[in-house]
Design a protein around this ligand. Structure first.
Ligand SMILES: Nc1nc2c(ncn2[C@@H]2O[C@H](COP(=O)(O)OP(=O)(O)OP(=O)(O)O)[C@@H](O)[C@H]2O)c(=O)[nH]1
Ligand SMILES: [Mg+2]
Length: 355
C-alpha cells in the first residue's frame, strides 16, 4: 500500500514525509529526503497482546509505503505537466495533497493562498486525467474508422468520464457500473485515487484559522482533510517520549500527527488489519479493497492464494477476552470459513492450503 505526497514547491512535502516516516531531516540537503521512498511499520497495540497469547518471540507490524514526490510547478492549472504528473504519481494507491498554509505569500506568487493552491492542484490533476482519457478516445476513434461497431463499451464510458472531468469533477465521484469501473481501473486516473488534503499550517495557527477557504474547497469536492503543522510535528518527533507527551499537551494536541495521518490514510483506503502468527512471530498485515480471506492469504504468499482450502478465523476481540485459542475453541468462537469469507478488521487467520 503506497501513499504519495503531492504538492507545489515548498508546501512541506518533505517535512511531512519526515514526520510520517520518523526520519530526521537531511542536514546537507534540507528539503530533500535521503531517499524519496520509505517503508514504515505501522504500530498496532493488538500485536503485543497477540504475541503474549501466541508466546511469539517477535512482532512484525504491518507495512505502509510513503513516497515524497517531486514538486509540481505552479502554472495555474495550464495542464502542461500531464505526462510528467502521470509518471510521477506512478502506482501510488492514494495521494496526500500537501497545501502550504503557512508563511507569507509572494506578491507575484500566482495562486494566492491555500484555497487557490488546492484548486489549482485539483485542476492540474483533472486536466491530466482528461488528457489521458481524450488521448485514448482519439486512438479508439481512429481504430474504429475501419470497424463497423461505433459503440464500444470503453468508448462510451470514456466519453462520459471526459464530460464529467470537463465539469471539474473528480473521477472518484463518477457513477459507474462494475464493468465500467473495470475498464477505468486500467488508466489509473489521478482523480480516481483516494485523496487526502493536508493543510500544512504554521505553529501559531494550529486550528487552521488561516486556511478556512482551503478547507471549504476540500469539503465542496467531498475530500477529507487534516490540519497538520509539519515543522512543529517534526520537532515533536525528535523528542524522547516523556518530553513529547508534555510538548503535545502544551500545544493542546492529542496525539502526534503521524498517528492521525496514518489513521486517515487507512480510512481513506478502507484498510483493515488482520493477523497471523505462531511461537516465532506475531504478524500484522493490512489489506484494502477486495478482502476475501483468500485475497488476505494472497497478501502473505501467492501459494496461499493459489492453493487456498479454508481458514480458521479467531476474532482478536475474543482472543483478547478469553486469553487463549483453547478457550476460544471451547467457547465456539473460532469459525471455519471458505474462500469467499470477507475478512474483518482484527481477524486472526489460520489458513489451510495445498502447495
Ligand atoms: N512555518 C512553517 N514552515 C514550514 C512548515 N512546513 C514546512 N515549512 C518550511 O517550508 C520549507 C519547505 O518545506 P519542505 O518540507 O522542504 O517542502 P517541500 O514541499 O518538500 O519542498 P520541495 O521539495 O522543494 O517542493 C522549509 O523551509 C520548511 O522548514 C510549516 O508547517 N510551518
Ligand atoms: Mg521536498
Amino acid at each position: 500500500m503506497k501513499v504519495g505526497f503531492l504538492g507545489f514547491p515548498g508546501s512541506g512535502k518533505t517535512t511531512l514525509f519526515n514526520v510520517v516516516t520518523g526520519r530526521q531531516p537531511d542536514a546537507d540537503q534540507p528539503g530533500r529526503p535521503m531517499s524519496p521512498v520509505a517503508v514504515v511499520r505501522v504500530p498496532d497495540d493488538r500485536l503485543h497482546r497477540l504475541a503474549e497469547i501466541l508466546r511469539s518471540e517477535e512482532i512484525i507490524q504491518p507495512e505502509m509505503t510513503f513516497v515524497d514526490l517531486a514538486p509540481l510547478h505552479r502554472d495555474n492549472g495550464a495542464g502542461g505537466q500531464c505526462d510528467s504528473l502521470m509518471k510521477l504519481v506512478g502506482d501510488a494507491a492514494a495521494l496526500a495533497l500537501v497545501i502550504q498554509c503557512f508563511g507569507e505569500f509572494d506578491a507575484e506568487g500566482k495562486p494566492l493562498g491555500p484555497a487557490g493552491d488546492l484548486e489549482s492542484l485539483l485542476l492540474e490533476m483533472t486536466i491530466t486525467d482528461l488528457t489521458v482519457v481524450e488521448g485514448r478516445l482519439e486512438r479508439i476513434e481512429a481504430e474504429m474508422k475501419s470497424a463497423r461497431d461505433k459503440s464500444s463499451a470503453e468508448r462510451v464510458v470514456l466519453q462520459r468520464v471526459a464530460e464529467h472531468l470537463g465539469e471539474g469533477k473528480l473521477v472518484a465521484d463518477f457513477e459507474m457500473s462494475h464493468e465500467e469501473a473495470l475498464i477505468l481501473r486500467g488508466f489509473s486516473l489521478l482523480t480516481s485515487k483516494p485523496l487526502l488534503v493536508v493543510l500544512n499550517v504554521a505553529e501559531d495557527d494550529l486550528e487552521g484559522a488561516r486556511c478556512r477557504g482551503a478547507a471549504k474547497v476540500a469539503e465542496s469536492m467531498g475530500l477529507q482533510y487534516e490540519i497538520i503543522a509539519a515543522t512543529l510535528e517534526q520537532e515533536i518527533a525528535a523528542l524522547d517520549e516523556e518530553m513529547r507527551d508534555a510538548f503535545l499537551a502544551d500545544y493542546g494536541l492529542e496525539r502526534p500527527a503521524r498517528d492521525r495521518f496514518i489513521r486517515a490514510c487507512y480510512d481513506l483506503l478502507g484498510v483493515i488489519t488482520f493477523f497471523t502468527g505462531d511461537h516465532k512471530e506475531a504478524h500484522g498485515w493490512t489489506i484494502e479493497g477486495k478482502r476475501t480471506v483468500r485475497d488476505a492469504g494472497g497478501k502473505i504468499h501467492s501459494d496461499i492464494y493459489d492453493g487456498f482450502i479454508r481458514a480458521e478465523i479467531s476474532p482478536f476481540a475474543k482472543l483478547d477476552e478469553l486469553g487463549s485459542f483453547a478457550a476460544c475453541r471451547q467457547a465456539g468462537v473460532i469459525r471455519l470459513e471458505g474462500r469467499d469469507y470477507l475478512t474483518e478488521d482484527g481477524d486472526y487467520l489460520d489458513i489451510r492450503f495445498s502447495r
